[in-house]
Design a protein around this ligand. Structure first.
Ligand SMILES: [Zn+2]
Length: 502
């Protein structure tokens, strides 16, 4: 049995100015890995590909892995990158196989196609109309009907932070193998609700997504092959952005439709709990300062975490906005570690100056963000170059465990009260290795500033004394009024008053 296993994964923020070319899909290398090299990178890892590889190897199948292409979220994918990656996958399938397992995201927009995954699947169906296809998707998928129609099995993450990427691929892969053996007849239905849940309110530790995902898991325990509630990705001005549900049962369409409708009703009922209200930045930072003060109100230990969530790179942020950092400096918080500011030019300056030297840099605020009204400004900072690193460290937390993380050339700038990690490659801080690999022990700091929304919880939440959400500037602004939606289907909640999900 020959199975084509491949990854083309990108969450596109259509408001992001960050370019998504082929190099961005290259992981810790310079090009996306292929064949044996890709198997070596992903075998045994806590990733979608890791899950598919395990399922195939357990079944004794021959794996053909044409390309493993995953990129951090950013602007629409360049056509050349899409053509290169899709071309490799389609060519491998056209050469002949018994099944296909795809690790996709489900919110990929290219310069040409609003539904990148749908276009990939259309091309696959053109060369292999009947080959069984399983697809693993991110919980932030924005689903189009064509994607569902062209696949046999779809499963999505049931956790955010995404600690079940490999488990999701295993669920999708096992259902497809059962179909191949003739022991199951996957029957898939889908539907959506006119709502854009806010990313800051999608965590699966929190109401209402905690209960929604628990119900989806219960339906699987009660016999469904896969049940997925996609909260969707709102920073995408495309028709099908928003919440959707896919249910796969073993041959029972009526039950699949009943469970789909139950989940959509439950999500719609709790739509107000998916709305986020930002707090003014100066108030958040002042509150954080008090919470972390030596004789402050908290008896808990560990750092106070300030989340710069308007500029989360894993929602497409430039990771170079400086407003939260500037407010931290203005209010004089001390013993702070910051991760991080993306600024390759500043890193080069610090490398040229050398470790131990004192330097003044114009930090961040360099990438124009034409899609949002408020722009960031570079921050002039003087400090000592504390450390320079190649920026690589092994992921050790449940998200991506086993993969090498790559921050690019990295330098730490120490200003006295604040240590700033300056990086050359975008990465969201979810693994403490982003600090420990550059000589910072995050557990020993009074404050951490993280450019993150929810994924920081994997590696940092248990360390924290308190979490303070800080509204800065960026293309993943948590204030929808800063975004201009032209293509998303209307009416949609909460952009419009909507009283019914139909
Ligand atoms: Zn996601």
């Amino acid at each position: 049995m020959r199975i084509v296993v491949a990854e083309m994964s990108h969450e596109t923020n259509t408001f992001s100015p960050v370019v998504t070319d082929l190099a961005r899909f290259s992981g810790s290398g310079t090009v996306p890995p292929e064949g044996e090299a890709a198997l070596k990178v992903f075998r045994g890892t806590a990733t979608g590909l890791g899950g598919f590889i395990a399922v195939c190897e357990d079944a004794g199948a021959e794996i053909v892995l044409p390309i493993a292409a995953g990129a951090a979220p950013s602007g629409p994918v360049e056509d050349a990158a899409f053509e290169h990656i899709a071309g490799k996958i389609v060519a491998a399938i056209a050469r002949g196989c018994d099944a296909v397992m795809l690790d996709l995201h489900g919110a990929m927009v290219t310069k040409t196609y609003d539904d990148g995954e749908g276009e990939l699947l259309r091309r696959i169906r053109a060369v292999a109309p009947h080959v069984p296809i399983a697809v693993a998707l991110d919980m932030h998928a924005n689903l189009y009907p064509e994607t569902v129609e062209r696949a046999d099995v779809i499963a999505g993450y049931q956790t955010y932070p995404h600690v079940d990427m490999d488990g999701t691929a295993r669920r999708a892969g096992r259902a497809l193998l059962a179909m191949l053996e003739g022991s199951a007849k996957p029957t898939m239905v889908w539907g959506n609700a006119p709502m854009l849940p806010h990313v800051m309110r999608q965590g699966t530790d929190d109401h209402p997504n905690k209960e929604l995902q628990a119900r989806a898991k219960q339906m699987e325990a009660d016999g469904a092959l896969a049940v997925s509630l996609f909260t969707g990705f709102p920073h995408a001005d495309i028709a099908q952005a928003g919440l959707s549900v896919v249910v796969v049962t073993d041959g029972d369409r009526t039950l699949a439709e009943k469970w789909r409708d139950e989940l959509l009703d439950q999500a719609w009922h709790h739509r107000a709990a998916f709305v986020y209200k930002p707090e003014p930045l100066d108030e958040s930072v002042a509150r954080a300062k008090t919470l972390g003060a030596p004789n402050g109100p908290s008896t808990a230990t560990g750092p106070v975490i300030l989340l710069d969530h308007y500029d989360n790179t894993a929602s497409g942020g430039t990771m170079d906005t400086t407003e939260v950092l500037a407010e931290i400096l203005r209010q004089g918080l001390d013993d702070v570690a910051v991760f991080g500011i993306f600024d390759p030019a500043a890193v080069r300056q610090m490398v040229a100056a050398g470790v131990g030297s004192t330097i003044t840099v114009s930090l961040g605020g360099k990438l124009p963000m034409p899609s949002v009204p408020r722009q960031s400004k570079p921050l002039t900072v003087t400090g000592r170059v504390k450390l320079i690193s190649d920026g690589r460290f092994p992921a050790t937390v449940a998200m991506s465990r086993g993969l090498t993380m790559n921050m690019g050339t990295t330098a730490v700038l120490a200003t006295g009260g604040v240590d700033i990690v300056v990086i050359s490659r975008h990465i969201e801080p979810f693994d403490p290795g982003c600090f420990t690999s550059v000589g910072i022990d995050p557990t020993k700091r009074r404050y951490l500033m993280l450019k993150s929304r929810i994924h920081y919880r994997v590696g940092f939440k248990k360390l924290a004394r308190a979490i303070v959400e800080c509204a800065g500037v960026g293309v993943c602004t948590s204030d929808y009024s800063e975004l201009t939606f032209k293509k998303v289907r209307r009416p949609i909640y909460p952009l419009d008053g909507v009283n019914s999900r139909f």
